[in-house]
Design a protein around this ligand. Structure first.
Ligand code: LCS
Length: 393
């Protein structure tokens, strides 16, 4: 059987692995910075791209390649480009696709620094951007300019849980020949495959669901075509945004239980979202699985599940939210998400604090919004913990 044609779980375990001469069951860690050439001619051929092989770990490494191939298979893409962090993946895409006097359209409520580096740094080099409500397709088309060279989506978005219709945006973008990149961190390849909806590039902070154990920082880009891969990869290599072999080994190990972890955490998240929605002290809950989510139907169409991330606001706003966060004991009060352990945090003062208040509010990130990344603990324990903390509010 061709491994790339197998089911998701089979590919999650086997895709990307290669036949190790010693029969190693998992891809070994090639902890080396450089690779010896057999002859000067072979070295020259590798540099010229005439032969396949490894030269230097910033350019490529077998442990990293195995992870890249494996995630590319799960995203139904051509190949992967692993990076030192999720922000390394974001930066590689911006650098490769944009330049002086070009323009980017992006989802307003993306992860704070994805917007921060554009507005604070790329802007210094003459790149302009429009952060808009990409869930509104008319808005997307309205903001396209002749110099628009990238549409960058995050769906569901961090932390508002807003969805963008990927196929809808792609349909517009194609008419203007603009590539579309999608940050798929919140869904992971298990719940959503943006390339299947026509996107050109998908990226992840593998720090989150793909690694899943809150012990590694990393990122990855997967492209739909070889041409796009050849455009992005040299930028990652030249900028030194590469992943490290040991990092790749850990991420690959975590990846092998991705679906199992998400299934359990999602079951917990569904229960918690419904429970919060009924709670008298809760003003609103955003979870794509709830009928009250404004894009519940789009979630059913575009995603294979509703994920493990919940945003909510208490009736008492920020003061009440702070009281809650100070009193939960089981969920850690910490940023990041997508791990086996539950985490709770306050985007306005933490993950999205780099954005001016006006931009945050525009994007729907209210001061009272609390974000909950649901883990795989016993759901009764998580509920009991939330209940006792809410009693103190
Ligand atoms: N994209 C999304 C959607 C993210 O949530 C993050 C990090 C990144 C990119 C950047 O990835 P990193 O460089 O951290 O691997 N999100 C975080 C969050 O919500 N809390 O802490 C980090």
């Amino acid at each position: 059987m061709k491994k790339n044609k197998a089911g998701f779980l089979t590919r999650m375990i086997h895709a990307g692995s290669f036949d190790d001469p010693w029969g190693s069951a998992v891809t070994p860690i090639y902890q080396t910075s450089t690779f010896a050439f057999k002859t000067a001619r072979q070295g020259a051929e590798l540099f010229a791209g005439e032969k396949k092989g490894y030269i230097y770990t910033r350019i490529g490494n077998p442990t990293i390649s195995a992870l890249e191939k494996s995630i590319a298979s799960l995203e139904n893409g051509f190949n992967g480009i692993a990076t030192a962090s999720g922000m390394g993946a974001v930066s590689t895409i911006y650098l490769a696709m944009l330049g002086k006097d070009t323009h980017m359209i992006s989802t307003a409520s993306v992860y704070g620094p994805s917007r921060g580096i554009m507005e604070n740094h790329f802007s210094r080099f003459g790149v302009s951007s429009s952060y808009i409500d990409t869930s509104n397709l008319e808005e997307v088309e309205k903001h396209i300019r002749p110099e628009t060279k990238l549409i960058y989506l995050e769906t569901p978005s961090n932390p508002t849980m807003q969805l963008t219709d990927i196929a809808g945006v792609v349909e517009i973008a194609r008419r203007y020949h603009i590539p579309v990149a999608v940050d798929n961190t919140f869904s992971s390849p298990y719940l959503q495959n943006p390339l299947d909806f026509g996107a050109d590039i998908v990226l992840h902070s593998v720090t989150k669901f793909i690694n899943g154990h809150a012990d590694v920082i990393g990122g990855i880009i997967v492209t739909k075509t070889e041409e796009m891969y050849r455009r992005l990869r040299p930028v990652m290599v030249a900028m030194g945004f590469n992943m490290d072999p040991h990092q790749a080994f850990l991420v690959h190990r975590g990846l092998k239980t991705l679906a199992l972890r998400i299934d359990k955490a999602e079951e917990n998240a569904f229960t918690i979202a419904q429970w919060l929605e009924q709670h008298p002290k809760v003003a609103w809950v955003k979870y794509p699985g709830l009928l009250s989510h404004p894009q519940h139907d789009l979630a059913k169409k575009q995603m294979r599940g509703f994920g493990t991330m919940i945003s909510f606001e208490l009736k008492g706003g920020l003061a009440a939210g702070e009281k809650l966060m100070d009193n939960v004991h089981l969920a850690l009060l910490a940023v990041s998400l997508g791990g086996v352990e539950s985490l709770i945090q306050h985007p306005a003062s933490m993950t999205h604090s780099s954005l001016p208040r006006e931009e945050r509010e525009d994007a729907g990130i209210t001061d009272g919004l609390v974000r909950f990344s649901v883990g795989i603990e016993n759901v009764e324990d998580l509920l009991e913990d939330l209940e006792q903390a809410l009693e103190k509010v």
